[in-house]
Design a protein around this ligand. Sequence first.
Ligand code: BDR
Ligand code: CA
Length: 311
Amino acid sequence: PRKIIIDTDPGQDDAAALMLAFASPEELEILGLCAVAGNVPLSFTSRNLRIVCELCGKPDAKVYEGALKPLNRPQVTAEHVHGKTGLDGADLPEPTMQAQAQNAIDFIIETLRCEPSGTVTICTLGPLTNLALALQKAPDIASRIQELVMMGGGCFEGGNITPAAEFNIYVDPEAAKIVFDAGIPTVIMPLDVTHQLLTTRDRVAKIAALGTRPAQVLVEWLAFFERFDIEKYGSDGGPLHDPSVIAYLLKPELFSGRLCNVEIEVESELTVGMTVVDWWHVTDRRRNATFMRNVDADGFFALLTERVARL
Ligand code: BDR
Ligand code: CA
């Protein structure tokens, strides 16, 4: 299996991504799970991450806590989407498992230095603060990362937290800039892809029909999470962002995009956190990321449903 570290700020859609990863041990070996401040403060994202581990029957998973806030901006959170705890919608017990004593930044550095170079993939589902701090502290790790697969940014779809910016990049644009400038082979799952992954009634009904406890909880989370987007966009269901990252590792053929230059705006008040994507190759700037644009949405939901059934 492919070795991965998941860095996340759960979040109901992060939780769905974690379920997909936990259900796929043949393809993915999860070395550790890192919590970062994002949708809600770190104390909640760490708690939520451990709740998901226990729900999935993985109380021995290794959870590490990372950054409490963005590199040099005040914290921005998204309780308006995810609820007060970040994981509202289902009634679950407080976790009994503890986070590891080592912090997430040191865990990332140590793991990349110990494992053979080019064999560890980093998956980020939240702001890029933890990875940026690791790169600042240990620049040598950049060349050891096999691939970075991230949910963040947008181009043709615009933004979801400002007209120009997507939440994960907007929360810590300086961190995103450090990561994009580090020369890591990068795959981006932007809003352009995730806005195609709508949790329509039909798709959710198939998950509900599995009848298992994890499936039931996922359906409850989705119902809470999507209410925001249904109101906002008037669509049948809301976009399911973060599982696209894990789905890409399992079935890359579901996605299509283009290797191009992507830069992060960190100065302009109006467009801070924007991913400026050179889709048409109008500059000769380094092509530093594969920016995905399309997805086979039915294929994605078939994969998600089939895997959640295994939990
Ligand atoms: C991203 O922001 C968060 O609210 C979601 O969990 C996802 O990672 C979407 O913009
Ligand atoms: Ca997230």
